[in-house]
Design a protein around this ligand. Sequence first.
Ligand SMILES: CC(C)(COP(=O)(O)OP(=O)(O)OC[C@H]1O[C@@H](n2cnc3c(N)ncnc32)[C@H](O)[C@@H]1O)[C@@H](O)C(=O)NCCC(=O)NCCS
Ligand SMILES: Nc1ncnc2c1ncn2[C@@H]1O[C@H](COP(=O)(O)OP(=O)(O)OP(=O)(O)O)[C@@H](O)[C@H]1O
Length: 196
Amino acid sequence: MSALILGLTGGIASGKSTVSGFFQQLGITIVDADLIAREVVSPNSPALIEITNQFGDDILLPSGELNRAQLRHIIFQDTKAKTWLNALLHPLIRQELVAQLNSAKGPYVVLDAPLLFENGLEKLCAKTVVVDIPKEMQISRATKRDKVTQEQIRNIIEAQMPREEKLAKADIIIDNSKSIENTQSQVNSIHLSFKN
Ligand SMILES: CC(C)(COP(=O)(O)OP(=O)(O)OC[C@H]1O[C@@H](n2cnc3c(N)ncnc32)[C@H](O)[C@@H]1O)[C@@H](O)C(=O)NCCC(=O)NCCS
Ligand SMILES: Nc1ncnc2c1ncn2[C@@H]1O[C@H](COP(=O)(O)OP(=O)(O)OP(=O)(O)O)[C@@H](O)[C@H]1O
């Protein structure tokens, strides 16, 4: 790996994309696990064919793309289905993100991965950053942003490592419960300590 890797994680709607956007504005390369997760299931990809074999053609939109809302609905209320999907996608996601990390340039690179600790990806990182907000704020921001119910968000939070465990593993914590400007200045301080 060429650049030092800063692992960025946090629960659903904690503010990872907001934080990685600030790093990007500072000229830092972002390797985004959610984005890679979308690319590995593009129309006609081997992974999407496997998903269709498992869940039927109804899991596709008329365009041939994955119906993400439907798959989300299935996996966050059926642990077996989630385990199956994770086993299919996580090795593919890891392979692609390692390739992107290997070719990243700059003083450091940010690996934005919601399941950084769950999937042992922190072992690739020099330091880890956890974006943190209280659970009720996760629920209110997620339901404001997406067409999801409180219950769906609670199920997703349950499928992730508990907040306290993530905080205990973090080298650096970003408190994103205050203003966006406050969060940006926390990112600026981290940047200052890693840019040289
Ligand atoms: C189920 C899918 C199709 C739902 O898609 P959707 O567009 O609604 O959500 P999106 O991909 O933007 O994910 C939103 C958030 O859900 C959480 N999440 C997604 N997958 C998982 C999972 N397997 N376990 C726990 N949390 C997850 C993360 O916090 C993520 O940031 C999608 O999340 C997916 O393919 N998940 C499996 C791949 C995966 O684990 N991705 C996480 C990055 S490694
Ligand atoms: N400090 C803040 N104050 C108010 N709203 C915020 C703040 N930070 C982020 N948000 C909003 O909260 C929502 C979640 O933030 P963001 O999309 O960055 O989270 P995420 O961790 O990347 O989410 P996901 O896990 O779903 O990918 C967004 O609508 C964002 O605009």
